[in-house]
Design a binder for this molecule. Structure first.
Ligand code: BDR
Ligand code: CA
Length: 316
């Protein structure tokens, strides 16, 4: 069982990532932290608490903490055309019953990592990397204590917020660069694989047939996401990015990886936010390479994990 901190910006796919993390028997969710991204910090934090209620996470079991309300350097950008004005348009959201932790997200991250034995906590960021960058700057010792950072973001090739940059990276590229170069193991689960994790009609039918409220909630998320992705990016079925990172932690064999140095472009006029994956070094990415990029996904196994988690959550 892997202990994870989910650092997220719900967000339709972040919501599914939270449901997957909570429902999977292979994951021990130890904290949830939020960061401005898909919408403002206030909105994504509220959404996270609402999803927790849908999932049936009881109050006082795990801390939920709000983090950075803007990128390190740049002006905040939100993804309203993908996630709507609320950050999670579509389903009706229940009133949260969990109270936010009083601490800042970066302190929850630091306290959690430092109070567990080395190599025990995995960080799973599914939003911009501002909180993670601030945490490792405030307490550099977390870099050797964290087991690995498994993030949704970036791409080996292409982008979605620009021709060559993915949203989570380009919104705060300076933070992303800090995270990729911190010295810990980083697994980049990027668009190369998440653009294959599509909520097709068949997938949605499978989920809906569970007949539970959380399953219906997920389907309502997919419905909004479908229209948003059809209009903005021409997808027939929406890519459900964020749970891919959680799925990697549950079962790494769902993915194939490439070990290679990865840096983040922070200067380029047309290329800012690009994740630059250096494939010149052969199998192990060269000396001391601790960065990996997902290159392939077993889509069937991925959805099996999501369905299984929703089935276990049942009707809380
Ligand atoms: C990422 O950007 C956000 O809009 C999604 O929640 C996901 O984390 C995909 O590029
Ligand atoms: Ca996200």
């Amino acid at each position: 069982v892997s202990k994870i901190i989910l650092d997220c910006d719900p967000g339709h796919d972040d919501a599914v990532a939270l449901l997957l993390a909570w429902g999977s028997p292979a994951i021990d969710l130890v904290a949830v932290t939020t960061v401005a991204g898909n919408q403002t910090l206030a909105k994504v934090t509220r959404n996270a608490l609402a999803v927790a209620r849908v999932a049936g996470i009881p109050p006082n079991t795990i801390p939920f903490a709000a983090g950075a309300d803007r990128p390190l350097v740049r002006v905040q950008e939100v993804a309203a055309e993908i996630h709507g004005a609320s950050g999670m348009d579509g389903p009706a959201l229940p009133e949260p019953n969990i109270e936010l932790d009083k601490r800042h997200a970066i302190d929850v991250i630091i306290d959690t990592v430092m109070s567990h034995p080395p190599g025990e906590i995995t960080l799973v960021p599914t939003g911009t990397l501002t909180n993670i960058a601030l945490a490792v700057r405030k307490e550099p010792r977390i870099a050797e204590r964290v087991k690995e950072v498994v993030l949704m973001g970036g791409a080996i090739v292409g982008g979605n917020w620009s021709p060559c940059a993915e949203f989570n990276i380009v919104v705060d590229p300076e933070a992303a660069e800090i995270v990729f170069s911190a010295g810990w193991k980083v697994v980049m689960v990027g668009l190369d694989v998440t653009h294959k994790a599509l909520a097709t009609a068949a997938v949605r039918e499978r989920i809906l047939s569970l007949g539970t409220k959380p399953a219906k909630f997920a389907d309502e998320l997919f419905e909004f996401f479908k229209e948003a992705y059809r209009i903005s990016q021409g997808f027939d079925a929406p890519p459900v990015h964020d749970p891919c990172a959680v799925a990697y932690v549950i079962d790494p064999t769902v993915f194939t990886l490439l070990q290679a140095p990865i840096t983040v472009e922070t200067q380029g006029k047309h290329t800012v936010g690009m994740t630059v994956v250096d494939t010149r070094y052969g199998k192990d990415g060269g000396a001391d390479c601790k960065t990996f990029a997902a290159t392939g996904i077993n889509v069937e196994k991925f959805w099996d994990l999501v369905v299984d988690a929703l089935q276990r959550i049942g009707d809380p």
